[in-house]
Design a protein around this ligand. Structure first.
Ligand SMILES: Cc1cc2nc3c(=O)[nH]c(=O)nc-3n(C[C@H](O)[C@H](O)[C@H](O)COP(=O)(O)OP(=O)(O)OC[C@H]3O[C@@H](n4cnc5c(N)ncnc54)[C@H](O)[C@@H]3O)c2cc1C
Length: 317
């Protein structure tokens, strides 16, 4: 029923959903569109249509889209750069919000305030130019601050959880609450919000960086960028497919199993970095899942190691 408040997980009958979809298209005419192929926005270039896509350019638009989704009982999903998601070929029902709320403030005392849609690479670059240390490891990290917090992204020994102080989150009951970093229950490439995309939303984050020498930070950034260029293949990919198992590397195991170059449809294991799966043209989510299963079972058969996905895989609807 339009206007009533429902539980976040409740889905209205189809007629109400149509009213909700219309309300969102009317409230956000510049940024909301019906029936949009998500493959256009995903780094992998895979994913069926969203019933409605909202490309939110500000925190207000982000909050409005989610409030309307709640109000009309529509399922919703929020993504940043879609750099770490295998989206289903069947697409996603309800509202998909791409978060491009990108305000960033460098404040006294090395306090950094970022909207969750801020691009990590841009924030890290600006920190380097200002002589603020703590985010240099993130110079080549694709995606947004929100995605990095939810995934506890990290590289070259750095991790977002080490510099995060607090975040503003939108709770399942629709309130905005400030939570400390410890609330996220961070683990390796994971937080308690990973996979909780229809219940919680990170709106903004505060980080504490430290004084450092810009030239030294620049040199480090250069080194990290070079290491990425040398080891990682360019192209349509989700980055590391599997987590590194304790004491080993997923890429090393996949390569040792003789799986470099293995193909399923349009997906292939990269020849340069065996933990990267590449969309070589026209790949589907089904191709990706088939390749993932094949690699997982072959590595298990040969080495007894069960590789766990680092990427997030959404089921077909
Ligand atoms: C070439 C390449 C290299 C990579 N290298 C690294 C690396 O070195 N280290 C590393 O850790 N990762 C790496 N990744 C993976 C990816 O870049 C990170 O996981 C990144 O932090 C994801 O951010 P995103 O904005 O794209 O998130 P998305 O892929 O858009 O979303 C990921 C998850 O976060 C949730 N989410 C996103 N924003 C919000 C929000 N505001 N509130 C609540 N939930 C939210 C989504 O619902 C989803 O569950 C790489 C990926 C690629 C393609």
């Amino acid at each position: 029923m339009p206007g009533s408040r429902r539980g976040v997980w409740a889905v209205s009958p189809a007629a109400d959903q149509e009213v909700g979809v219309r309300a969102i298209l009317d409230a956000l005419p510049e940024v909301a569109e019906a029936d949009v192929p998500l493959a256009r926005y995903s780094w992998l270039g895979v994913g069926g249509p969203a019933d409605v896509l909202v490309v939110a350019g500000s925190r207000d638009q982000l909050e409005l889209a989610i409030r309307l989704a709640h109000q009309y009982g529509l399922p919703w999903h929020v993504y940043g750069g879609l750099t770490n998601m295998l989206l289903p070929d069947s697409g996603l029902r309800g509202i998909v919000v791409l978060n491009r709320a990108r305000a960033v403030h460098f404040e006294e005392g090395y306090r950094l305030q970022c909207d969750s849609g801020a691009i990590v690479v841009q924030v890290a670059r600006e920190a380097i130019e200002r002589g603020w240390g703590g985010l240099t490891w993130a110079v080549g990290l694709p995606g947004t601050i929100g995605g990095a917090v939810v995934n506890n992204a990290g590289a070259f020994g750095g991790e977002i959880s080490r510099v995060l102080v607090s975040a503003d989150v939108f709770t399942p009951s629709g309130e905005v609450s400030q939570v400390p970093a410890s609330w996220f229950d961070f683990r390796y490439r994971c937080s308690k919000l990973k996979g909780a995309g229809e219940r919680w939303l990170v709106l903004a984050s505060e980080f504490r960086l430290r004084a450092a020498d810009s030239d030294e930070l620049r040199a480090k950034a250069e080194e990290y960028s070079l290491r990425r260029t040398r080891s990682q293949p360019p192209g349509r990919t989700l980055g590391s497919t599997f987590k590194n198992p304790p004491g080993d590397y997923a890429g090393r195991l996949i390569e040792a199993a003789g799986l470099k170059g293995t193909r399923c449809g349009g997906m292939a294991v990269s020849e340069r970095h065996a933990n990267f799966f590449m969309n070589e043209g026209g790949a589907t989510a089904a191709d990706f899942r088939a390749l993932l299963d094949r690699v997982q079972s072959e590595v298990h058969a040969q080495f007894g190691v069960q590789l766990e996905p680092e990427i997030e895989i959404l089921p077909e609807g």
